[in-house]
Write a protein that binds this ligand. Sequence first.
Ligand SMILES: O=C(O)CCC(=O)C(=O)O
Ligand SMILES: [Fe+2]
Length: 315
Amino acid sequence: MQVDANTSWLDDLARDGYALIKGAIPRERADQYADKMYSWLEGFNLGFDRNDLSTVHKDNLPAITEKGMCLQYAVTHEDFAWSVRGEPGVVGAFEKVYNTEDLIVSFDAVNFGFPNRTDIPPNKPWPHQDQDPAKPGFRCLQGLVNLLPNGPDDGGLIVCPGGHLLSDEFHKDMADEPRIPAWTPEWYGFTENGMKWLENKGCKWVKVCADPGDLLVWDSRTPHYNLSSKTNQPRFAIYTCYMPVADATQEDLKRKKDAYERWVGTTHWPNARHTGSNVGRRDGEADPHNRFEPVNKPVMDERTFKLTGIPYIKV
Ligand SMILES: O=C(O)CCC(=O)C(=O)O
Ligand SMILES: [Fe+2]
């Protein structure tokens, strides 16, 4: 794993299918983003208090899945999410991999992973790749910016290093294996048999540890999922996935613009093949605390705005 600020992480990425980019965001700004995320949660005024973890309960919070994801409430377009996407050390890493500045970014989920939650179902292992097995080869680099201290037992990303290079062989061998249902073709869940296959190839799962401001990137073919914390440490992260605008069609960009204008999210895939909704649910009903626009709307510089894809739409 790389430790300095140069580009040896590119070698890690090629070999392991994932890499850690230390200090992609300076610590001071990373702490400010985490602070804004806490304030965003407290701003619902439902009783959550960052200094009292006993207030972590679904009655006191917006809808957050057992995987820690918050997808609605226009959270994906809050100023802090857009500021993170536009951070030079974050977008710059993707420019290096794709060798272009003409990139688009996903309007992806935000992760608020709290420890010791018994008010929502447990986060069972969900090993997967975020790429259609029928479309092999390197197609997308996913990322997340880690915003709180994240040690071995703190919950977070777990990856299967080298799995991206075995992907073709894996899917040929597993062609007849019944599939775990997926709501998009760009998701493939590893079955028990699939996990055994990886193990027989000598693959070992690794929990990625990180400091606030570190960027984690991985090839969409690399098997991965996330774990919940075994400590009292929360995990905050913002998913940041970029792809060359050249890989998106004009239709994709128009759909993306519409998602942007309605303040809704996308999946990890920046081409906005699937767009989301801002209707969070509380006890099965539409949450009365739903929000359809960000509390703090993003103020973007020209560089960041290009990542929406809008400037690339031909009139
Ligand atoms: O939260 C993480 O570290 C990974 C999330 C993930 O794999 C996903 O949302 O597809
Ligand atoms: Fe994933």
